[in-house]
Design a protein around this ligand. Structure first.
Ligand SMILES: *Cc1c(COP(=O)(O)O)cnc(C)c1O
Length: 223
């Protein structure tokens, strides 16, 4: 059961312009194509190898199909990621920024990136854990990395379904995003909200939600 249209309709009732990323990790390419037929164009994957096995190379994909990497990226997989994805949304260290810049320079290519913010402070979450650290990395990427386009911030909300906790984390991220725009005025993407918390995220200023379970159903294994 792949229901992209239904989820899109629910989201459009709340926001006319939020971007909807269909998170297809653990689901087969058949499900991706079913969502594509229902209008999905942007897909999210969290592992480089799974993504490369599932999706065709950039120039062989169906019209308009894009793939964003949303999971933690090891430095030794950056080359393989840069070749295949249209955007990396999970950049969580200056070392990773350096590596992506270096691989793009080698390949004469460019990459759109988001910096991931650990808005919940949970230890098991990746992302920059402090606002100052993230803003320093933003300044660095925008000034020193000619092959990178820093578009904004991504965050994953807190574990559990506590709406007030989610709201606090999303409000905090929106605040950091505003500060980032003081450094990089062209930044326009605030990616937050998943199947369980997208409404709260949109209320807090999200411009992009990443939805897996509500579109494709439960995943066979957790990440
Ligand atoms: C898996 C995942 C999602 C989608 O989560 P659902 O709860 O299935 O909608 C969104 N963002 C990231 C970073 C993910 O890893």
């Amino acid at each position: 059961m792949t229901d992209f249209s239904g989820v899109e309709k629910d989201i459009r009732a709340v926001s006319s312009d939020a971007v909807l990323v269909a998170v297809s990790k653990f689901h087969p390419y058949d499900a991706v194509m079913e969502a594509y037929r229902q209008g999905a164009r942007i897909f999210g994957e969290n592992r480089v190898q799974e993504m490369r096995e599932k999706f065709p190379p950039k120039d062989e994909r169906p019209e308009g199909m894009k793939v964003y990497l949303i999971g933690q990226l090891q430095r030794n997989k950056v080359r393989k990621a840069v070749e295949w994805v249209d955007r990396i949304e999970s950049v969580d260290s200056v070392a990773l920024i350096d590596k992506i810049e270096a691989e793009c320079a080698l390949a004469s290519s460019e990459m759109d990136i988001l910096l991931e913010f650990n808005s919940s402070g949970e230890e098991q979450k990746s992302g920059f854990s402090g606002e100052d650290e993230l803003l320093a990395a933003a300044a660095y990427a925008s000034e020193k990395c000619p092959h990178l386009h820093l578009l904004g911030i991504m965050t994953v909300g807190p574990l559990g379904n506590d709406e007030e906790k989610n709201r606090r984390a999303f409000m905090k991220t929106a605040e950091v995003f505003n500060k980032l725009r003081g450094i990089v005025p062209s930044a326009s993407v605030l990616s937050m909200g998943m199947s369980g918390d997208w409404r709260t995220a949109l209320e807090c200023g999200s411009t992009e939600v990443r939805i897996g379970t509500a579109i494709f159903g439960e995943r066979k294994s957790a990440k």
